[in-house]
Design a protein around this ligand. Structure first.
Ligand SMILES: Nc1nc2c(c(=O)[nH]1)N[C@H]1C(S)=C(S)[C@@H](COP(=O)(O)OP(=O)(O)OC[C@H]3O[C@@H](n4cnc5c(=O)[nH]c(N)nc54)[C@H](O)[C@@H]3O)O[C@H]1N2
Ligand SMILES: Nc1nc2c(c(=O)[nH]1)N[C@H]1C(S)=C(S)[C@@H](COP(=O)(O)OP(=O)(O)OC[C@H]3O[C@@H](n4cnc5c(=O)[nH]c(N)nc54)[C@H](O)[C@@H]3O)O[C@H]1N2
Ligand SMILES: [Mo]
Length: 714
C-alpha cells in the first residue's frame, strides 16, 4: 500500500490491517493492529509480532473502538451559548471558530502574549500530536510556557541527579530477576506488560515483593507485601542499606569503583536501623528484616535483584528524595552487575528525540516575548485565580487546553474550577469528548483519535520506537491537533516554513536518523540498541560518570546532597481534625480521567468508592456500601464506602479519576488534594493529603441530579 494514499478509505474493499500504537499515558506503549473494512475500523488487537505487546492489550484499550465510534464524540467545532461552565454549546463552522479564536488571541497577545497559557499533558503520548506543532505555535506567539510537572517530574529530577538520566534496566530482563521489588506500582492495573515478565520470573522461582500502602491486585499476588504509610519510602530504603552495610553484604567494590559519596551515604544509613524505620513507616520490624534477608541471599549468591519503581511513591512531599534513596539501592547491592538486576523507573531518556528540530524553541526569538515566564501546571488553580502582577506577571486571559482534562485531574479542583469559571477567561479546548474541562470552554474544537492521525511514540517503560499510521479517515469534522495549530498559525500570519510540515514529516523529524524510518513504516516498531546491563561497569550519564549517591548538583541548588527522609506536608495523624491519610491512585479500568465516559468500563469500575480499613469504618459508624463524605479544609466529595480489605488502617483510598459529572455530587477526589509541591521537580503531592470521613444518608444531588451513574449526562 503506498503511503501517499493512506489511510486507504472506503474504496478499498478490505479487510486490511493497519499497524498503529496505543497513544495512552502508560509505560507499556503497545503496538496494535486495526482491521479496517471499507473505511471502517472493525477490530483492534495487540500486535503479536511486537515482543513487548505480545498480542495483548489491556481491558481499557481493547475497547478503543468504542471510544472512536462513541455516540458522544465531539465531531464539529462548538461555541458556548449558555453561561460559563454550563456545558451548553452550538455547532459552528471551522472558519468561524478559528477566526474568532485567532482574533481573541491576537488581541490578548497585543497587550502581553504571556497572558496566554497553553495547558496540555499526555492524553496522547505521541510526539507529533503532543507538542510538535503546538510548541512551535506557542513559541512563535510568545505565550507563557507550561511547566509539565503533573505526573513524573519529582522522579525525573531524582533519577537525573542519581543516575544522570531517565534510564534503567531493560524491562524484559525482569524475567531473569531472582527477586523483584515492585515499589509504588500497581503493575497489574498500570503496567500490565511488565507484570508478564514478573510472572515469568516468578515461575522460574523468583520472589516478588510489593511495597505499597494499598493491598492492590498486584500486592495480593506477591510473596510479601509491605503496606507502609504513604511518603515513608526513603526510610525503608535506608533501613535496607543499613542492613547491607552493617551485615557486610554491601558491594564495596562496586561502590568504590562506580559511585560518588558512598561513605556519606553509609553514615546516613546507619541512622536507620530496621526498628526505627519500621516505626516510621508503620510496618513491622520483622517485615523489613525478612525483606533484607531475601535481598542478602540474592546478593551473596550473585543473583539479580530488580526494582520496578513506579511513580506512585513520588506523589508526596518527599517524593523526589524517596526516589533518590531507592535509586541508590542497586549500587549498594551491586545489582547493576547482573542481567535482571538494577532498577527501572523510566526509560524515556534512552530515546534521542530531536528536540530543537521538532519543537523549534528558536522561534521564541521571533516572538514578542523571547524569555517568557513558566507556569506550573500543578498549581493551575492558583494561577488562574491570580490577579496578575508582581513576580507572577500578567493575569492569565486565555487558556488553550489540549490532551488534558485539568478540571478533573489537577489538584485542588475547587480552585481549578473557580478559575475556569472566570467570565473574563477565554478558554479553548481541543477534545474528543465533552469532558469536565470542555464543559467550561468558550470553544471546543473536535480532535481526532489515534485511528485517525499519524504519530510516533517512544515509551517510558521499554526501549522501542513505535509508529502509528492512521487507519481511517477523521470522523465528522475532527482534525488532528497538528492541523488545528497549523490553521491557527496561518490565521495569526506566522510565515515560517515549519508551520507547513505535514504529520509524516514531523514523524520523520522526531528521532531523525537515530531510527530507520523505512523499517518503522514497514514493521510498526524499531528497538533501540539498549544494553541488558547498562551500568555493570559504571558509565552513568551523570557529570561524574558515576552513580551519584552524593549529588553536588543538588547541593548547588540548596538541596540535601544525600537522599533525605522528608516528612509529608500532611503527615498521617498530625492534624486531629483530619486523621486519615488519603491516596487516590488510578482505577484499573480508567486511564487517568480517560475512558470514564465509556459505559462498559465505567460499569466495570462500579462507582466512585472509598476503601477504608474496617477499624476506621467502625469508629465512624460506617458499613460497607454506605455513602460517605470525605473532607478537609480544601473541599469534600461523596463516595461509596468499600470495606474490601485493600486499605491499611489510617489510610483511605479513593481510586481515580472520575469525571466530576459522573460523580454523585459533581465533585471528585481532587477536591481534597492540595497544590503543595514536592521537594524535587515541583510536582504535585496527590498522595500527601489528610482527610476526615463521615457517613451521609445519601449523596447530595450533583449537577445532573443522578446518583445512579448509569446514564451519560446529556
Ligand atoms: N489502568 C491504568 N493504568 C495507568 C494509569 C491509569 O490511570 N489507569 N495511569 C498511567 C499514568 S499517567 C501513570 S503516571 C502510571 C501511574 O502508575 P504508577 O507509576 O504505578 O503510579 P500510581 O498508580 O500513582 O501508584 C502506584 C501505586 O503506588 C501506591 N502508592 C501511593 N502512595 C505511595 C507511597 O507513598 N509509597 C509507595 N511505595 N507506594 C505508594 C498506590 O497505592 C498505587 O498502588 O500509570 C499509567 N497507567
Ligand atoms: N487525584 C489524582 N489526580 C491525578 C493523579 C492521581 O493519581 N490522583 N494522576 C496524575 C497523573 S499521573 C497524570 S499523568 C495526570 C493526567 O492528566 P491528563 O493528561 O489530563 O490525562 P487524562 O485525564 O487522561 O486526560 C487526557 C485528555 O486528552 C484527551 N485526548 C486524547 N487524545 C487526544 C488527542 O489526540 N487530541 C486532543 N486534543 N485530546 C486528546 C482525552 O480525551 C482526555 O480527555 O493526572 C494526574 N491527576
Ligand atoms: Mo501520569
Amino acid at each position: 500500500m503506498s503511503i501517499e494514499v493512506w489511510p486507504p478509505g472506503p474504496a478499498v474493499d478490505g479487510p486490511i490491517e493497519v499497524l498503529g500504537a496505543c497513544p495512552h499515558d502508560c509505560p507499556d506503549t503497545c503496538s496494535w493492529v486495526t482491521t479496517v473494512q471499507r473505511g471502517r475500523a472493525v477490530r483492534l488487537q495487540g500486535n503479536a509480532a511486537h515482543p513487548q505487546t505480545a498480542g495483548v492489550l489491556c481491558t481499557k484499550v481493547s475497547r478503543y473502538l468504542e471510544r472512536v465510534y462513541h455516540p458522544q464524540r465531539v465531531l464539529q467545532p462548538l461555541k458556548r451559548v449558555g453561561p460559563k461552565g454550563a456545558g451548553r454549546f452550538e455547532p459552528v463552522g471551522w472558519d468561524e471558530a478559528l477566526q474568532a479564536i485567532a482574533q481573541r488571541l491576537r488581541a490578548v497577545a497585543a497587550r502581553d502574549p504571556q497572558a496566554i497559557l497553553p495547558y496540555s499533558y499526555a492524553g496522547t503520548m505521541g510526539l507529533v500530536q503532543g507538542e510538535a506543532m503546538a510548541a512551535r505555535f506557542f513559541h512563535r506567539l510568545g505565550a507563557s510556557q507550561l511547566q509539565r510537572t503533573i505526573c513524573a517530574s519529582a522522579g525525573a529530577a531524582a533519577l537525573q541527579a542519581t543516575l544522570g538520566a531517565k534510564v534503567g534496566m531493560p524491562v524484559q530482563t525482569f524475567a531473569e530477576s531472582r527477586l523483584i521489588l515492585i515499589w509504588g506500582s500497581n503493575s497489574i492495573a498500570s503496567n500490565l506488560h511488565f507484570w508478564r515478565y514478573a510472572q515469568q520470573a516468578k515461575r522460574a522461582g523468583a520472589q516478588l515483593v510489593c511495597i505499597d500502602p494499598r493491598r492492590t491486585e498486584t500486592a495480593e499476588k506477591c510473596h510479601q507485601h509491605l503496606a507502609l504509610w504513604p511518603g515513608t519510602d526513603a526510610a525503608l530504603a535506608y533501613a535496607l542499606m543499613h542492613e547491607a552495610f552493617v551485615r557486610g553484604w554491601a558491594d564495596l567494590d562496586y561502590l568504590e569503583r562506580y559511585t560518588v559519596g558512598w561513605q556519606a551515604l553509609r553514615e546516613r544509613a546507619l541512622q536507620w536501623p530496621p526498628a526505627r524505620a519500621a516505626a516510621y513507616c508503620g510496618v513491622s520490624e520483622q517485615d523489613i528484616e525478612q525483606l533484607a534477608r531475601a535481598i542478602e541471599a540474592c546478593v551473596r549468591a550473585g543473583q539479580p535483584v530488580g526494582i520496578r519503581l513506579n511513580y506512585g511513591m513520588q506523589r508526596t512531599r518527599g517524593g523526589g528524595n524517596a526516589v533518590r534513596a531507592v535509586a541508590c539501592l542497586p549500587a549498594v547491592w551491586g545489582s547493576w552487575r547482573w542481567r535482571g538486576g538494577g532498577l527501572l523507573l523510566s526509560s524515556s531518556g534512552a530515546f534521542p528525540v530531536q528536540h530543537d528540530t521538532l519543537y523549534r524553541p528558536d522561534l521564541r526569538q521571533r516572538s514578542p516575548c523571547p524569555t517568557p515566564r513558566s507556569v506550573n501546571m500543578s498549581t493551575l488553580g492558583d494561577a488562574l485565580l491570580h490577579p496578575g502582577g508582581g513576580a507572577f506577571g500578567p493575569r492569565i486571559e486565555a487558556l488553550i487546553v489540549y490532551n488534558s482534562n485539568p478540571a478533573a485531574v489537577a489538584p485542588q479542583g475547587g480552585k481549578v474550577r473557580q478559575g475556569l469559571l472566570r467570565d473574563d477567561l477565554f478558554t479553548v479546548v481541543l477534545e474528543q469528548f465533552l469532558t469536565d474541562t470542555a464543559d467550561m470552554a468558550d470553544y471546543v474544537l473536535p480532535a481526532t483519535t489515534q485511528l485517525e492521525h499519524w504519530d510516533i511514540h517512544l515509551s517510558y517503560g521499554h526501549t522501542d520506537v513505535l509508529l502509528n499510521r492512521p487507519a481511517i479517515e477523521p470522523l465528522g469534522q475532527a482534525r488532528p491537533n497538528t492541523a488545528i495549530f497549523r490553521a491557527l498559525a496561518a490565521r495569526l500570519g506566522f510565515e515560517e516554513p515549519c508551520f507547513h510540515d505535514d504529520d509524516l514529516v514531523l514523524c520523520r523529524q522526531a528521532l531523525g536518523s537515530a531510527v530507520d524510518f523505512e523499517r518503522l513504516l514497514k514493521q510498526g516498531w524499531v528497538s533501540l540498541d539498549w544494553p541488558a546491563t547498562p551500568f555493570a561497569q559504571g558509565g552513568f550519564p551523570t557529570p561524574s560518570g558515576r552513580c551519584e549517591l552524593f549529588s553536588a548538583a543538588l547541593a548547588v541548588q540548596g538541596q540535601d546532597p544525600l537522599p533525605a527522609v522528608v516528612p509529608n506536608h500532611e503527615p498521617p495523624g498530625a492534624d486531629a481534625r483530619y486523621p486519615l491519610a488519603f491516596i487516590s491512585p488510578p482505577a484499573r479500568h480508567f486511564l487517568n480521567s480517560t475512558f470514564v465516559n465509556m459505559h462498559s468500563l465505567r460499569d466495570a469500575e462500579g462507582e466512585p468508592a472509598l476503601e477504608l480499613h474496617p477499624d476506621d469504618a467502625a469508629a465512624r459508624g460506617i458499613a460497607d456500601g454506605d455513602w460517605v463524605e470525605v473532607f478537609n479544609d480544601r473541599g469534600a466529595c461523596q463516595l461509596r464506602a468499600r470495606l474490601n480489605g485493600r486499605a491499611r488502617s489510617g489510610v483511605a483510598i479513593g481510586l481515580g479519576i472520575w469525571w466530576r459529572k459522573f460523580s454523585p455530587d459533581g465533585r471528585n477526589v481532587n477536591e481534597l488534594t492540595s497544590q503543595a509541591l514536592t521537594d524535587l521537580g515541583a510536582a504535585p503531592t496527590f498522595y500527601d493529603c489528610a482527610v476526615q470521613v463521615r457517613r451521609v444518608d445519601r449523596p447530595a444531588q450533583g449537577p445532573h441530579g443522578d446518583p445512579g451513574l448509569t446514564r451519560d449526562p446529556a
